[in-house]
Design a protein around this ligand. Sequence first.
Ligand code: 4AD
Ligand code: MG
Length: 457
Amino acid sequence: MKHIDIFDVLNDSALLGEEVTVCGWVRTFRDSAQVAFLELGDGTSFARLQIVVDKNAIEIDPECVKNGASVCVVGEVVKAYRGDGVEVNAKKVRLLGKCPSDYPIQKKRTTLDFLRTIPHLRLRTNTFTAVFRVRSVAAQAIHRYFHQHRYYYMNTPIITASDCEGAGEMFRVTTHGYGAKAESEEKFYETDFFGQRAGLSVSGQLEGEVAATAFSKIYTFGPSFRAEKSNTTKHLSEFWHVEPEVAFAELPDIMEIAEEMLKYVIRAVMEECKDEMNFFDSFVEKGLKDKLEHVLNSEFGVCDYTDAIEILKKENGKFVYPVEWGCDLQTEHEKYLTEVVFKKPVFVTNYPKDIKSFYMKQNPDGKTVAATDLLVPGIGEIIGCSEREADYDKLVSVMKVRNMDMDAYKQYLDLRVFGSVPHSGFGLGFERFVMYVTGMENIRDVTLFPRWVKNIM
Ligand code: 4AD
Ligand code: MG
């Protein structure tokens, strides 16, 4: 169907006075005996296009003047009667698909909770078109940032035999059907598709390290899967993961990269999604734009884990989970640090080794590892980051302590045998980032079809 995007009609001044064909869904309408006004949206821009229908001049199917109906309009682009924009004086309005009155997207019922029950229709609301345009622009900006800095984009496997984070949160991949029996776990997997246990990847890091020790700078951007039963506003079973891995980089180097990349992407979103950001600023998180400007204009905080514990201990009465050295930080602690103490994003560094993954570089103190989490107000952790242990013997000794299967990690260990180099990387939860820049409070509202425990719609 020959037509042009509503974005172009609204933004290309050369179209003024021209005849155009546009298609879209009726978002709102006003109807009278003489004139009908249709607000048409096609998803290409936040703003909608007003279509003016002179009912004395043209005939219009009454089904076109209904919330949610899809129509195709031919008309002339003219200066808007009100404001400085443009509108279209219709010459022809054709119904593409009618929309009955039980269309669930009605102004009065659109709470986010309700919309979550209709993921196939919620995208047609203002909020969701804005969220997903921002998400798309942010994804493009991430690729652009890495491409401009000569990182190569790697696609690491989704089906894998190794559990990168080692936390036992993997979804199993099996072709054994219902009722498959076996005398032992080993036998069960032996006769399975891959002849061994396999699962969905929780992170592309281990394979990313393989690529980084050949290309120096790589990144992955794909889905990760976690079978954790966390029923929270910031956990999904399937999320998108941005994972750069950089050879010859130590912890401070990778922290610098993370900060620069995040600022680059925030700036891109603010420049390319002005209407969306104004909308979020007014209706979703008051002061969002100032918050992000402040982030762009200040340096992220840095706080050693041990210092963070000292700060938090003074406030132990405020927390559900009191802290002491050695504990994992809960979201309430992370939020306190970033919202109350630093009031901006903050890297917490040098965590106790026992609460972190096996692959992290061991610090000389023998107690901590060169790892950092980036915490942001409103969410808590959005990045998990570390320098990797590049010393073969040290890595093997930690893996032994953790009873890991050395054979399964032979390739990973080989990287420490053949030309080992210091290297570092991080994982950014893409949905958490989208929450941060849009102010959306529930991760289920920034992904098309959210999956979480007992929920796969
Ligand atoms: O901290 P995590 O577990 O780190 C890793 O997976 C490393 N292998 C990354 C690396 O160094 N390459 O996860 C990284 C980020 C978290 O900070 C969080 O933003 C996000 O991934 N994340 C989730 N996002 C949504 N739902 C979940 N269940 C998530 N689990 C982690
Ligand atoms: Mg983490």
